[in-house]
Ligand binder design. Structure first.
Ligand code: ADP
Ligand code: MG
Length: 526
């Protein structure tokens, strides 16, 4: 779960031992918004917040611990950043950089490094006035060929529009200059004597020399205005894909430039919609006349190229850069850098950062997890009105984040899986241990009838149980029953009350509580 879902969560640590409160809370989805609103308005309110305000705050600047913050310094990523820069510098020389594929598990700094490099590339290109542009697309959000091409097309259409409009403005001044009898070019730019104005005036004079006559300038303005009229943004649905593609193609090729297209979470795009997008993009250079594109793909999944067409694979992977997981020492450095800015001095005991780093190092060296832990530990300390963040806050933060993860996984399960999971919970609540598939299936069937859901076969239910096992929600083992064949035996591996509360917050499963007496009766009879 890469999503940051700790921000808007109410303080579940407080409610953890009170299942009714937990259930009430998750039954009303508006509660979440209410909590966020609560936070935001805290600085304007009176009375209610006085106590909270008067306690010495722990944070100096919490923003720098949030996932949305892009750090200016990325310790332990110098090698990877230099590799990217070495490849992309071609773009500043007007050549096409090799395509790059970046791999690494979540939280290894891929997105942060790529964004850092792209900002540097664009600012350098402006400094030396070379036409080089970077477009960033997050394919977890933009996950079909249509949407990727439409988003790219629209970005370039916007840029072309801005460019054409400013050229027309300049040409109008050129025409005015040609029409006027005033020989002093400076007056064209309203007499400003600064350098920008002087440059502009010089450009106008030089262009006037090119066009010579007012008629020639007017013809050029008309032709640009016609181009402007033709620029039609791509709607978010509805066009045939080849029309979207050719619109994008024309928009990029409208003038000379090198374009670097960053496709972040590229594995999600390929998983959802195959490799057509990459195939089409990687072939474009042979047909473009004015511009060149270079693709930078970023993947969390190390094996995703196995699913690619061999041509796409070799084109995309011209250069490969690996982002290895951080170890605990590196995570400490990263955390220390941020903590210096995020917290008041002396707000942390000395074991807080090493413990956050150690927990996150176990979690495949994930810097995002490390930062989440540190921020959540700070929030928990703040809420308990402590003066210091201590080791216990980090441990509570670890539990809270883990619980949030479970809640998120359960909340987004398909309805059928939720019914299966609820059956397992009912069995556990009635004291059944080592629950077998048959027992689950019997309860599952009754639940489905109660809420008018389709009843799947026992084989499908067994598959759904395997999925729950893979998600870490249940722990299932296959046991042999001798000549009676094999069955699965399972136990719940997540906190039962919180999980139940999440299931009951689903509108379809909400009514299931009425079924409890019948389930209870079943056990009583047995
Ligand atoms: P990825 O894209 O590999 O999943 P991100 O680049 O999103 O990882 O990094 C996750 C979080 O950790 C972000 O908040 C990022 O700012 C931070 N981060 C990652 N690597 C570093 C680093 N070397 N220095 C500072 N912060 C980092
Ligand atoms: Mg990323």
């Amino acid at each position: 779960m890469s999503k940051d879902n700790t921000d808007s969560e109410p303080d579940s640590a407080d409610d953890a031992d009170n299942s009714t409160a937990a259930r009430d809370r998750s039954a009303t989805s508006t509660n979440l918004d209410f909590d966020t609103m609560f936070d935001d308005s805290s600085d304007e309110s009176q009375g209610l917040f006085d106590d909270l305000l008067s306690s010495e705050p722990i944070f100096e600047n919490k923003e720098v611990l949030r996932p949305s913050y892009t750090p200016h310094e990325l310790p332990h990523r110098t090698d990877q950043i230099n590799q990217m820069a070495t490849i992309l510098v071609s773009a500043l020389r007007g050549d096409t950089p090799s395509n790059i594929l970046i791999y690494g598990k979540t939280g290894t700094g891929k997105t942060a490094s790529a964004k850092f490099v792209s900002q540097e590339l664009e600012s350098t290109s402006q400094k030396y006035d070379v036409p080089c542009e970077v477009e960033y697309i997050n394919c977890e959000v933009t996950d079909t060929q249509y949407r990727v091409l439409a988003q790219l097309a629209n970005k370039f259409i916007e840029k072309n529009q801005a460019r054409i409009e400013s050229t027309i403005e300049t040409l109008e001044e050129v025409r005015d200059y040609l029409e006027s009898t005033d020989p002093d070019p400076i007056s064209v730019s309203e007499g400003h004597s600064n350098k920008a104005a002087a440059d502009e005036a010089a450009e106008i004079v030089s262009r006037a020399g090119e066009y010579r006559t007012v008629a020639a300038v007017d013809a050029e303005i008309d032709s640009l205005a016609a181009d402007l009229d033709e620029l039609e943004p791509v709607p978010m649905t509805g066009w045939p894909t080849d029309r979207v593609y050719s619109t994008f193609f024309e928009a990029v090729d409208y003038h000379e430039r090198v374009v670097v297209i960053m496709l972040d979470e590229i594995d999600k795009l390929v998983e959802k919609s195959g490799d057509d997008t990459l195939y089409n993009l990687s072939r474009m250079n042979s047909e473009l006349t004015n511009s060149r594109i270079s693709i930078m793909g970023i993947s969390n999944d190390l094996k995703f190229t196995d699913f690619l067409d061999p041509r796409v694979k070799s084109s995309l992977g011209e250069e490969e850069i690996v982002f290895p997981p951080y170890d605990a020492t590196q995570l400490r450095d990263i955390l220390q850098h941020r903590a210096d800015v995020a917290f008041k001095s002396e707000a942390l005991t000395s074991d807080v950062i090493p413990l956050c780093a150690a927990f996150a190092a176990q979690e495949h060296g994930d810097a995002r997890r490390a930062l989440d832990l540190l921020r959540t530990a700070g929030e928990l300390a703040e809420r308990s009105q402590a003066d210091l963040i201590e080791e216990t806050h980090v441990r509570q933060a670890q539990d809270k984040i883990e619980l949030d993860r479970v809640v998120e996984v359960v909340r987004t399960l398909p309805t059928q899986s939720k019914i299966v999971l609820f059956s397992i919970i009912l069995l556990e609540k009635n004291g059944v241990h080592n629950i077998n598939t048959g027992e689950v299936f019997n309860i599952y069937k009754r639940l489905c009838e109660e809420i008018d859901a389709d009843v799947l076969t026992q084989r499908r239910v067994t598959d759904l149980i395997s999925e729950l096992d893979m998600l870490g929600i249940v722990n299932a083992v296959v046991v042999s029953k001798g000549r009676y064949g094999r069955t699965k035996e399972m136990n719940l591996s997540v906190p039962i009350d919180e999980t139940e509360a999440v299931l009951l917050s689903d509108s379809r499963l909400g009514d299931i509580e009425n079924v409890k007496p019948f389930v209870q009766a079943r056990f009583d009879n047995e």
